[in-house]
Design a binder for this molecule. Sequence first.
Ligand code: PDD
Length: 299
Amino acid sequence: MIVFLNGKFLPVEQAHVSVLDRGFIFGDGIYEVIPVYNGKLLRLAQHLDRLKKNLDAIRLNVSMSDGQWEEILNELVLCNAEKSDEEKGNEGAVSQGTVNLGNACVYLQVTRGVAPRDHSLPAEAKATVFAMCNPAVSAAPELSEKGMTAITLEDYRWKNCHIKSISLLPNVLLRQQAVDSGAAEAILIRENVVTEGAASNVFIVQDGTLITPPKGPFLLPGITRDLVLELASENNIACKEQAIKEYELRGADEIWLTSSMKDILPVTSLDGKQISKGKPGPLWHTLNGLLQSFKENNM
Ligand code: PDD
């Protein structure tokens, strides 16, 4: 797998960062996960806009234009795609981590760079920029028949969840609690209202209307969330950004999770209880169809 690290494209085995990098020491950095569909980065402008907002939010100055980011990320996708074509040429070559020009997922991370360990922000430090391109892991086909399971957990994270920080230990532990109980995701509740999933945004369907929590400091402003709202509005499907109370979640006709990694996933079991008819609802099929054709046309 070819990665990008601080201005260079190189095999992942040769990519090293200093142990004094503040990303390693403090989790002092931010990240983006950008889907690649038909070899093209999906909603890149929106991801770069969020990236810049997050760099500002953590007072990390990285002078890169959108064009420069786009050039790097496109080159990263291409050189992995080329590698996979070469490997395809050698019959039987099993390649880990290479991507064809089809679907993939770019992970981009910017940390504050190397400095002596001290909590305060270093006067001088050069940001570390890392990106990798992994094969897209599409949701299992039975998901559209059966849906997925989730549990609810208390949202004990900080009050800057709108920043896509690499300090993901709370999210990791919350997700693991879900996995430990045989569920795929944790839907987080803060003071009796839904915030989001451990690594996803949440939608419910109530009497034919799509509802998702409004943006704010308690959830990530998801790119997929915004795209779903856009597609719903363009197709005259009622949707609103409104707080979802815990009892409304449990009584919802449909529950969905959205993320760049998984598109829109239907939740059909919550805390061991069946949601509505225990299978993906009609509106999920409609919106999922709209999202897939949006991606098909993402040439
Ligand atoms: N996670 N909320 C959280 C806490 C997330 O980590 C994510 C995405 C989302 C959905 O955001 P988007 O639609 O922009 O991907 C919401 C990424 C995929 C990850 O950490 O792997």
